[in-house]
Design a protein around this ligand. Structure first.
Ligand SMILES: [Zn+2]
Length: 491
């Protein structure tokens, strides 16, 4: 007869025990790189709040997995208990129970208790610290208020499904969480079916990406807990139920697809000197002046209204987009190239959509109409205004190299720097004559200052490149729904 023991008394290699547990996490089935081994991990806790990892391998997965449903209570006997080797520990759990077809799992009645476990959630405003850090993942708590369209993207010749969900916290900040493949098929479907009742989720071990600012995404080790029986989750759901008007407004405005400087900028945002930008940097902030050539040119391209991809279709011609498969009229979308200049160098960058329209002070339709009527846009005022302004910019490198072989950047956010302190600082740098101040970056790129100060010649070739939609595909950035460049892990 097996002894019924608390979890903490069950040590590696022990036999003849039973333990009452609740399933806290049920992860996706994954396979290890380069081996045929498949596994599915779980997290179990008991009434004392102790936790262990459960794991099922290979052929036992179809036999045993369904017997362990999330948040349900079971009496488990005969699991093999073993320590988790340090290199496989992905959380604070050090002991693993191997569930096989010899393990006895009996369902025991739930009394709908609150989980006696606590998580350490990252605040939405702290996520920026982990942006593009491959070694870090975060736990977040949020109420799902909306879902964007489901997409199928092809990466490394494999198709992946992805859908973004809008998470809201009590500070009324939103952040987008992408669920990939099996996460979408399992927890994603669950969330969608509960969307009307404000499902609260705990996203565990998700990655912070830079996609139009801070964004979250699942990877192989993540877990998505939907409406978990946890005190904070219940409080958040009650908060949502008290604030349905606010949520309705957020969903209607769709502001969550825009860059949110409250989340993506730190209050004391550090910037990099242009001469110090390295090829390994994915997320770059600079303080710079913006300028662009004042010549007759196109400031727009024809695009899919839904996903912003460039199209060869003419204005108002209904076409089926190759990318999102939606049928829409083609619409003009603003896009143009600028130079970013600080006291250490010049780099070429592009702006898209609303961001481009705001700087240009004309919208894409107006730009197109002027061009089609062979009339230059009256930009004298814009050019003279820009000369006296400094901007804080969030830029990211464009992956595709263009003909001139210079690294190009996309501007995903800019704001004018007001106040004397900043302009004095910038002016002093120029007078200082030291082109390589290193306080904001530990890498100094060795380059002669003369090379960097050459004006960018990109505008001259601008119209050529607008006839190459594949380049625009890679550069488009305004709409987070079409993130084929998104970092992804396949399960
Ligand atoms: Zn499209």
């Amino acid at each position: 007869m097996a002894n019924l023991l608390p979890m903490r008394d069950i040590v590696p290699h022990m036999k003849n025990w039973s333990c009452d547990i609740t399933v806290q996490e049920r992860q996706q089935i994954t396979s290890s790189m380069g081996t045929p081994t498949k596994k599915q991990k779980f997290v179990f806790y008991d009434s004392e709040g102790s936790r262990v990892e459960g794991i099922i391998f290979n052929d036992d997965i179809p036999r045993m997995s369904q017997a362990l449903q999330i948040y349900k209570k079971y009496r488990i006997s005969n699991a093999e208990v073993r320590p988790i080797p340090a290199k496989f520990q992905t959380s604070d759990l050090t002991v693993q129970w191997v569930i096989s077809s010899r393990t006895v799992i009996d369902k025991i009645p739930d009394d709908d208790e609150v989980m006696p476990v606590s998580f350490c959630y990252s605040k939405f405003t702290d996520l920026v610290q982990y942006m593009d850090d491959k070694t870090k993942s975060v736990d977040v708590l949020g109420v799902v208020i909306s879902a964007l369209e489901r997409k199928t993207v092809t990466k490394n010749s494999r198709q992946s499904d992805v859908q973004k969900f809008v998470l809201l916290n009590e500070e009324s900040h939103t952040v987008l969480l992408s669920l990939w493949d099996t996460f979408l098929a399992n927890e994603g479907e669950d969330i969608l079916s509960k969307l009307h009742s404000f499902p609260v989720i705990i996203a565990r071990r998700v990655k912070v990406n830079n996609y139009n600012g801070v964004a979250l995404g699942t990877w192989f080790d993540s877990a998505i807990l939907v409406d978990p029986p946890i005190q904070e989750a219940r409080e958040l759901k009650n908060w949502a139920l008290r604030n349905t008007d606010l949520i309705k407004e957020l969903v209607e405005n769709k502001a969550y697809i825009k860059y949110n400087p409250h989340l993506s900028l730190k209050s004391d945002q550090k910037t990099t000197w242009i001469c110090n930008i390295t090829s390994s940097q994915k997320t770059i902030w600079v303080k710079a002046q913006i300028s662009f050539e004042h010549i007759f040119q196109k400031y727009w391209y024809m695009s899919c209204k839904n996903c912003c991809r460039a199209t060869a279709a003419g204005h108002e011609v209904v076409f089926t987009c190759n990318s999102c498969k939606e049928k829409h009229p083609a619409v003009p979308r603003c896009r143009f190239d600028v130079d970013l200049t600080d006291s250490t160098g010049v780099i070429p960058a592009s702006l898209f959509g609303e961001l481009a329209e705001k700087l240009l002070t004309f919208n894409a339709l107006e730009a197109m109409q002027h061009f089609n009527e062979n009339v230059e846009l009256p930009l004298e005022f814009v050019h003279s205004e820009l000369k006296s302004k400094n901007f804080l910019l969030h830029i990211k490198p464009v992956q595709a190299q263009l003909a001139d072989a210079r690294q190009r950047y996309t501007i995903i956010y800019y704001s004018e720097i007001h106040g004397a302190a900043n302009s004095v600082q910038l002016a002093m740098q120029t007078k200082d004559g030291s082109p390589f101040p290193s306080k904001d970056s530990d890498t100094i790129q060795l380059e002669t200052p003369g090379e960097n100060s050459a004006r960018s010649k990109i505008c001259v070739r601008l119209s050529d490149r607008f006839d190459e939609p594949q380049h625009i595909d890679l550069e488009q950035d305004g709409n987070p729904e079409c993130s084929s460049n998104k970092k992804q892990k396949l399960n």
